[in-house]
Write a protein that binds this ligand. Structure first.
Ligand SMILES: Cc1cc2nc3c(=O)[nH]c(=O)nc-3n(C[C@H](O)[C@H](O)[C@H](O)COP(=O)(O)OP(=O)(O)OC[C@H]3O[C@@H](n4cnc5c(N)ncnc54)[C@H](O)[C@@H]3O)c2cc1C
Length: 631
């Protein structure tokens, strides 16, 4: 992002220095009275000294209720970066008197599922340790909790929903065992990703980028735009004319055969396609750039024209084919904290003391006792804030070394499942074959960011009649209201006067000169990590002021809390038409990467090269099944 040139005066108008939660979090304050600020937060210069330090949730030791910089939070990734980027050598570990049947590295959905399947296979006496570098479990399945005027407001911090129609038998069986019924969940929720309000979808053009603040309602680039709609777009006259010609065109190009057309569309990126075949100007093409930041985690130029057309973007009509206009049907099942509830159900099954009496019917509202996660003497333990730096075979099994609270410690295990990101595995297991290490490094995850802004109420959005807005000029490419999900025992109130989370969602644009896909992803990640909490705060306040200010939203009063969930390692990389060859069966990088390595097997969604919760579960089952003598 080009950081906005703000002045102190602008910051003041945006309410940047307001201690916003003091007045409103009376209930939350009572909940966490006496708790202390996380030590990592204190030492992070980006947190201390900014307006968020006094946030009552930040004083909480309850991970889901922390606000400020979450997702990959300060303190979570520094050890891993020291190992992978700087080649750090760690002091001799303290050998712990702990021996396990299984150590799982990473307590995301895949790691939790691996522990679950292993115990199912070996029985309740199996001793299992999960090591996780974050201060919360669930990985991408992250819960954001706000306490406002006596009510708990939930939102997702990462993974959104269950794509139940793609579940394997393994996943369906697990869901049954956890008491999860996606169909029943589906029936309860009214949330439709911002397609409910009368004037949704909408696109907002901001002054900084387009010279004027303007909201166009009932507007989507994937719909057949009318001349009148296009005339409202604040770009050059030539740009608008090119859009009119494109959207209203009939067949103007010839394609000799289906194969020829498929080849053409598979070899060109969508923006180039729009330029060459659609005749769009650069400023018209820019409108599309970020439109897939959320769904693909990528800039549009990373997608082939064929991939974009499959998503419903316009273009095939130029070749005389029917353009299937966006027909929004995405019948997902969802919890009010996204798939964090699934992670919580798994944890409650593995370590019942953490949340006695928790079931699928009340999981969303349950308070979890984090102190019970890692009890000495328990058969299953989950250790947070512990970054694994080595997993090495020895005569009796595997030694697993990790850094926790600055101490280097080592435990012994018969088996290890690596359910962490694949890119770190070559550093954890340096004696792995080089071909496998290379294959593991092929996986470069897609950076994502999901910023929850708790706003006082949704009155301003109701006046506009919108609940989802694309912002092609801003850092977060899309906003949507997160309401209407009464699953897991949560009160999914849709009262328009209640505080509600407005989700700012997307990725970070890489610089234009980042050409190759991995270069784009790494540059995007670097930019994401460079942004401070203050940058995000200024960004969301600027958007809210420009977008909702005219409808009476007072940005210095009506923003109640901000939680930035940054995911430098977000979606697992899925192979892309423009960037990856067609591999022979068994030869794709993820298939080579996930091969068992002695008593160590490899899970994570990366192992399926597919960024879905159900894939993370399937890969966990495979990794457990591949463990030698795990019976
Ligand atoms: C923002 C976002 C939205 C998504 N939305 C959806 C959706 O709607 N539906 C869907 O099906 N899927 C969705 N996905 C994908 C889905 O979340 C993932 O596929 C799945 O949750 C991945 O689980 P995992 O356990 O494989 O990986 P992760 O969740 O990444 O868990 C791996 C864990 O290992 C930890 N770790 C890494 N290295 C170490 C180390 N050295 N030591 C200790 N721990 C380590 C990581 O910090 C992490 O917590 C989304 C993903 C993101 C990021």
């Amino acid at each position: 992002m080009n950081k906005p040139q703000t002045t102190r005066q602008t910051d003041k108008l945006l309410g940047m220095h307001r201690r916003i939660t003091r007045r409103d979090f009376v209930q939350g304050a009572a909940l966490i009275a006496g708790a202390t600020l996380h030590p990592n937060a204190l030492s992070d210069p980006r947190i201390s000294g900014n307006a968020w330090a006094p946030d009552v949730n930040n004083r909480s030791d309850y991970p889901p209720a922390k606000t400020g910089m979450r997702g990959s939070h300060p303190g979570a990734y520094e050890v891993a970066h020291a190992l992978g980027r700087d080649g750090a050598k760690f002091p001799q570990p303290t050998i712990m008197a702990e021996q396990y049947d299984l150590v799982v590295v990473g307590a995301g959905i895949s790691g939790l599922a691996a522990a679950y399947f292993y115990r199912q296979k070996l029985g309740p006496a199996a001793r299992i340790l999960l090591l996780e570098n974050h201060d919360d479990f669930g990985g991408h399945a992250k819960r954001n909790e706000f306490h406002q005027s006596g009510k708990m407001v939930l939102s997702l911090g990462g993974t959104h929903n269950l794509e139940w129609w793609n579940f394997s038998d393994t996943v369906n069986t697990l869901m049954d065992e956890l008491g999860v019924n996606p169909h029943a969940m589906r029936k309860k929720m009214t949330f439709e990703y911002g397609r409910d309000a009368p004037n949704s979808p909408a696109m907002w053009f901001d002054q900084e980028t387009y010279g004027v603040n303007r909201l166009l309602t009932n507007f989507s680039l994937r719909s057949r735009l009318t001349v009148e709609q296009i005339n409202g777009i604040p770009i050059s006259e030539a740009g608008r004319a090119s859009l009119v010609a494109f959207y209203t065109a009939g067949a103007i190009h010839r394609s000799d055969s289906e194969e020829e057309l498929a080849q053409l569309l598979g070899e060109i990126n969508y923006p180039d396609f729009l330029r060459l075949y659609g005749g769009l100007t650069d400023d018209a093409i820019q409108l599309f750039d970020k439109d897939q930041h959320g769904s693909w985690g990528l800039e549009m130029r990373a997608l082939s024209a064929a991939e974009a057309l499959e998503e419903g973007y316009p273009g095939v009509h130029l070749f005389g084919h029917d353009w299937e206009e966006e027909d929004f049907e995405y019948p997902v099942a969802m919890w009010p904290d996204g798939n964090a509830s699934l992670a919580r159900l798994l944890v409650a099954k593995l370590i019942p003391e953490v949340a006695n009496g928790v079931s699928a019917d009340n999981v969303a509202t349950a308070h979890f006792d984090y102190a019970a996660l890692d009890q000495s003497g328990a058969n299953i333990r989950l250790r947070l804030n512990a970054t694994v730096v080595a997993a090495e075979h020895n005569d009796s099994g595997v030694s697993v070394t990790y850094v926790a609270g600055g101490d280097v410690q080592q435990v012994a295990a018969k088996h290890v499942v690596l359910a962490c990101y694949h890119s770190i595995i070559p550093y954890l297991c340096p004696s792995m074959p080089d071909t496998q290490k290379e294959a593991l490094k092929y996986q470069v995850k897609m950076p994502l960011v999901l910023t929850n802004v708790l706003i006082r109420n949704r009155h301003a959005l109701d006046k506009l009649g919108v609940d989802a807005i694309s912002c092609p000029g801003r850092l977060h490419a899309r906003l949507f209201l997160f309401q209407g999900i009464p699953t897991g025992g949560y009160d999914g109130s849709e009262d328009s006067s209640d505080a509600v989370s407005l989700v700012f969602w997307g990725s970070i644009s890489p610089p234009a000169d980042a050409m190759d896909i991995r270069c784009q992803l790494r540059e995007s990640r670097r930019k994401l990590l460079d942004l401070s909490l203050e940058d995000f705060e200024r960004e969301v306040r600027t958007v809210l002021d420009g977008l909702l200010g005219p409808e009476g939203f007072d940005v210095s009063e009506d923003v109640l809390a901000i939680t930035v969930n940054r995911w430098p390692h977000g979606y697992a990389y899925e192979y892309m038409q423009l960037w990856d060859p067609q591999w022979e069966p068994g030869q794709a990088p993820h298939e080579i990467a996930r091969k068992p390595f002695g008593a160590i097997t490899i899970a994570n969604a990366d192992a399926g090269a597919s960024a879905y919760t159900h894939v993370a579960i399937d890969q966990a089952q495979r990794a457990v099944d591949e463990l030698p003598e795990a019976s």
